[in-house]
Design a protein. Structure first.
Length: 277
């Protein structure tokens, strides 16, 4: 059965021999633009590949069942199409994209240079998660009351930064993908929102540069479940951002960007060492 071709945005020059591909995997209900807020922190030697997952943005929904296992199959095939079937790559995964990135690592452990997991899903089962308390330290009722109700709901329920600057970030990077989400595809995904096994159980230990960033006020995936990942990633940096919800790069863009930029530098170094070996 032919599956949809990925819509994507590619940043960086792929003509250089030392280029490092980075695959960006977004979360539920948004599209590739949600992670492009971070693009400026990456060095020019990295080819940044922002994918729309099936049913989101410009990529049509999967044919047949469209759960996480099928999404992972599609993602693995798409990565092979984009960078070749044997090339090394790094991944940035946000929320659901964090679960998918870990699954791809389990399938392709020798090809993955490193992982950056931003507010990643650890347990797909909502009832089993330990989540944070959604607290807005500095409410902005003037802004919230001025916004159209259909635009403000996710901004208010996901984020804890209600500044005008945060709203402008949300409006530019999040809202376009929310509007394009295929609701029927999302419903099918929700029905099969599980992985066939825990990725870390499959690969054991991953020694590549790893970053795990969570938000203290994240009521979707929390900040505690991610601690269980640390023993499997001995070269991981684990950070809990204060005053940050699930959209932590909207709430705390400077801090998130600095962390991701430092991780990207580690990836470039790891790639250089691999090429020199």
């Amino acid at each position: 059965m032919t599956q949809p071709k990925a819509n994507m945005a590619i940043q960086g020059n792929d003509a250089r021999g030392d280029v490092v591909p980075v695959i960006f995997i977004h979360g539920m209900g948004v599209d590739h633009r949600s992670l492009m807020l971070l693009d400026g922190v990456f060095p020019g030697s990295m080819r940044r590949i922002y994918l729309d997952l099936p049913g989101f943005g410009g990529t049509p929904a999967l044919n047949g069942e469209g759960g996480l296992p099928e999404m992972a199959d599609w993602l693995q095939s798409t990565i092979d199409d984009v960078i070749g079937g044997s090339g090394a790559f790094a991944m940035v995964g946000n929320s659901m994209g964090g679960a998918l990135a870990r699954e791809i690592l389990a399938r392709e452990p020798k090809r993955v240079l490193g992982l950056a997991l931003l507010a990643p899903v650890v347990d797909p089962r909502h009832a089993y998660r330990k989540v944070g308390e959604h607290v807005v330290a500095d409410p902005n009722p003037k802004l919230i009351h001025a916004l159209p109700q259909e635009q403000v709901f996710d901004f208010v329920t996901m984020g804890v930064n209600q500044s005008y600057e945060a709203w402008r970030r949300y409006q530019r990077f999040i809202l376009p993908g929310v509007r394009l989400c295929d609701r029927e595809a999302c419903a099918r995904l929700g029905d099969r929102y599980f992985l066939t096994d825990v990725p870390e159980r499959m690969f054991g230990t991953f020694t590549g540069p790893t970053l795990i960033v969570t938000g203290r006020e994240d009521q979707i995936v929390g900040y505690e479940d991610q601690h269980a990942l640390i023993p499997h990633y001995p070269n991981a940096e684990f950070v809990v951002l204060e005053n940050a919800g699930h959209n932590l790069y909207i709430d705390r863009p400077e801090e998130t960007g600095r962390l991701v930029g430092d991780w990207a530098d580690r990836i470039v170094e790891a790639a250089a060492n691999l090429n020199a070996a």
